[in-house]
Design a binder for this molecule. Structure first.
Ligand code: 6PG
Length: 223
């Protein structure tokens, strides 16, 4: 297996370069398709990259926004990934609600929320942004969790070890079949986990997403 393509970028340029990567992947897609799908993660790292992406000139009316994972909280909650994306990308771009496919974290029937989201997903996602938490989770797929063995369902409601515990997540087959995938990680605290993932330690969910490129700051890369 060939080594994953890894971009090491100065910390101060990380958000702009991640935005450029996403914009280029969307442009590539839109050169051959009428519409492009972009699936986004939450967490603390990507917000500045979404703000930078919102300044890129693209035919945004042809881009559909999806979510990689969501917490079971209402969309205006501080922990909502939708809220992060709304504040940093959707509102600045004034995207139409018809282009935004939200995971419904406010639903009481969690399995129904997962099924309904699976029905909204396109067969293949064009552009996906992933991250990696301190505990090695990616999307809301946690190391050692049975959801890692899911091959049929495209979206699952899971209980993770990190609060808030109940989450909706895309499953590995969806991430593995996506056309352009970037995993964005920064900070020395994640250096060992990044190294293990890049060495192919499949206990880390992202190590199984072999189609991903990586974008790291020098601290996370250990260089
Ligand atoms: C989530 C995210 C998650 C994220 C990592 C990294 O909602 O938990 O979608 O998968 O990518 O937690 O988060 P940090 O950037 O905060 O480390």
């Amino acid at each position: 297996m060939s080594a994953p393509r890894t971009h090491v970028v100065p910390t101060e340029a990380l958000s702009q370069q991640a935005a450029d990567w996403m914009a280029n992947a969307l442009q590539d897609t839109l050169a051959t398709q009428p519409r492009a799908s972009l699936a986004l993660s939450g967490g603390s790292t990507p917000g500045p990259a979404y703000r930078a992406l919102a300044t890129r000139v693209l035919p945004w009316e042809r881009v559909d926004i999806y979510f990689v994972d969501e917490r079971f909280v209402p969309p205006d909650h501080a922990e909502s990934n939708y809220r992060l994306v709304e504040d940093t990308l959707l509102r600045p771009l004034q995207l139409s609600p018809s282009q935004v496919f939200r995971m419904e974290g406010e639903r009481e029937d969690r399995d129904a929320a997962a099924r309904d989201y699976a029905a909204k997903l396109p067969p293949v996602l064009d552009v996906v942004l992933l991250g990696m938490g301190d505990d090695g989770h990616t999307a809301s797929l946690f190391p050692g969790h049975p959801a890692l063995e899911e091959h049929e369902q495209r979206v699952l409601a899971v209980v993770g070890p990190k609060p808030p515990p109940w989450r909706l997540t895309l499953t590995l087959p969806v991430l593995q079949s996506a056309r352009h995938v970037l995993t964005l990680v920064s900070g020395a605290g994640k250096r060992d986990t990044v190294r293990r993932a890049l060495e192919g330690d499949t206990r880390l969910p992202v190590a199984r997403v072999t189609n991903t490129e990586w974008m790291l700051d020098p601290a996370a890369s250990g260089r």
